[in-house]
Design a protein around this ligand. Structure first.
Ligand code: GDG
Length: 494
């Protein structure tokens, strides 16, 4: 888990659950150490699980968890004040390869992001996806009681809700949050098991997406590919096989307070050592990109815009450095290996073109940054460029805003990410594929009067703080309660 911090790891729990940064036990000889989640979904879920005394079901390397687990692979956590159960699903290398790197990330991920040409399928991928979804469903069945809430996260568990629904009493509430976009029906039709996936998801009582447009394409997909289901377009309810699924848009927030606090308290040395290591001059204006190395994130397009900026503005050479933090991700997959190589080559080419003896236009790093260092870097960045070609939400844009405690920086935000709905009107909106347009926006940002920067940042900050992870969690549970009440009414025949 530790090295997959920015990646996505499926998990499911009775009462609540989450993804990548789950608290993980590391056995070191006889001692057990704990990695605490530093922010994001897992940090939001931890208190909920404690409160609910629930069960968190997840896979991962988890060697240490298995070392301290009982015969059912259950561990009581957190070790200091045990209050919920961590149940591990042990997956073989072959399962991880075909289920996670295979069907989840080489079929569903490209399809949901509108890149059907990048699908790379194999016969056993979907078989493993079914098998692993069934294993999660079986674990849920073991742990659920009649009034449980089951909350599933993300596209790795698209078939599990139906299996769970068929196995547990009607009084169990099943909800899911889908963290990535939902594609058009035309693109979804390229998925070899599109209908089965839709049927799977309609086992949920509640299905959440980040924004309305994904809800709309999901309902359009049902109309087109599962005509026996009935869609109520006014209430966004789908009736299928005797069950009702409510589909809602609930945009995810971040733990804004923590980013704000880390940005304020981070020791100055953190940033100076990072800049020393990257050869960045302290006096430079700083541009910044922070992403997983994923073809959806638009990194080469962004670098091309930075290159264009330096072409058009020779006076900024030596004065402005673009820092790109790129996190290697899904590196087993050839498309990702090629993408990483391409990004690194582009950095080198642009640096060769403009570098002087004591300055390089792009400072590129793939090293992990501790949370405080990342916040300090966000705080220091004058121009943050978030330019994915498509992105379910994008948390980085929100983290930048929360860390901008001096209210001095400018956010350039792609109009193709979920976060644009909430932040687009006060960020500088960009079309990520328009090199000239993004270069112009960088020019605008570096020459924007301070007052204007503050005005925009104040507005962005109030949106990010008002809609943080806590508010998102409570919206989830309000919706879960609402669909639960409906089920109770139906069960009573009224
Ligand atoms: C998926 C959806 C949706 C990166 N490098 C470091 C580091 N990170 C952290 C960032 C941020 C996270 O990784 C990346 O989150 P994003 O939201 O930007 O993107 P995905 O990984 O694609 O996430 C996305 C999200 O799920 C939630 O629903 O927003 O659309 O694709 O938190 O800070 N963190 C640290 N050091 C690093 O070097 N500490």
């Amino acid at each position: 888990y530790r090295h997959e911090y920015a990646d996505d790891t499926p998990a499911v729990a009775d009462s609540a659950t989450g993804g990548a940064e789950m608290e993980t036990l590391e056995a070191d000889d006889d001692a057990v150490t704990v990695d605490e989640p530093t922010g994001g979904l897992t940090a939001g879920l931890d208190p909920v699980l404690r409160h609910a005394n629930g069960t968190w079901i997840a896979w991962g390397d988890g060697d240490a968890d298995f070392a301290v687990a009982d015969g059912d692979n259950c561990v009581s956590v957190p070790p200091s004040h045990e209050s919920y159960t961590l149940r591990r699903i042990d997956l073989s290398d072959e399962a991880v390869d075909s289920y996670y790197y295979g069907f989840s990330n080489q079929v569903l991920w490209p399809i949901c992001h509108g890149f059907p040409d990048l699908v790379s399928d194999r016969d056993d991928y979907v078989e493993w996806y079914r098998t692993v979804n069934d294993r999660f469903a079986a674990a849920v069945e073991t742990h659920a009681s009649a009034d449980s809430v089951v909350w599933l996260q993300d596209y790795h568990l698209g078939l599990a809700p139906r299996t769970i629904r068929d196995a547990v009493p009607d009084t169990v509430t099943v909800a899911q949050f889908w963290h990535i976009p939902w594609p058009s029906p035309e693109v979804l039709a390229e998925c070899p098991v599109a209908e089965e996936l839709l049927e799977g998801l309609l086992g949920n009582d509640l299905l959440g997406f980040h924004v309305d447009s994904y809800v709309d394409t999901f309902l359009a997909s049902i109309n087109r590919l599962l005509p026996s289901a009935a869609v109520d377009p006014n209430r966004n309810i789908v009736r299928y096989d005797g069950w009702e699924t409510r589909v809602v848009a609930t945009p995810m927030g971040i733990d804004a307070e923590t980013y704000d606090r880390n940005a304020r308290t981070a020791d100055d040395d953190r940033l100076s050592s990072l800049f020393d290591a990257l050869g960045v001059s302290d006096g430079n204006a700083i541009g910044l990109g922070v992403d997983r190395l994923d073809y959806t994130k638009g990194i080469p397009e962004r670098l091309a815009a930075v290159e264009r900026f330096f072409e058009r503005n020779p006076a900024w050479r030596g004065e402005f450095t673009f820092v790109q933090k790129a996190t290697p991700s899904r590196t087993e997959i050839p498309t990702y290996q090629r993408y990483g190589d391409h990004v690194r080559r582009e950095v080198e080419r642009i640096n060769d073109r403009f570098a002087t003896d004591d300055w390089r236009p792009i400072a590129y790093t793939e090293s992990y940054l501790e949370a405080e260092t990342l916040s300090a870097l966000y705080r220091r960045a004058d121009v943050m460029v978030v330019s994915p070609l498509v992105d379910g939400m994008n948390l980085v844009a929100q983290e930048y805003v929360a860390s901008s405690v001096d209210r001095d920086g400018t956010l350039l935000l792609s109009d193709r990410v979920g976060a644009h709905e909430r932040l687009g009107s006060h960020a500088l909106s960009i079309d990520p594929a328009d090199t000239e347009g993004v270069a112009t926006r960088i020019e605008e940002a570096v020459s924007m009067p301070r007052q204007e920067r503050r005005r925009r940042m104040d507005e962005l900050r109030s949106r990010v703080f008002e809609n943080d992870i806590e508010s998102w969690m409570s919206t989830q549970f309000d919706w879960i309660q609402r669909v639960r009440d409906v089920t109770d009414v139906d069960a009573n025949g009224t």
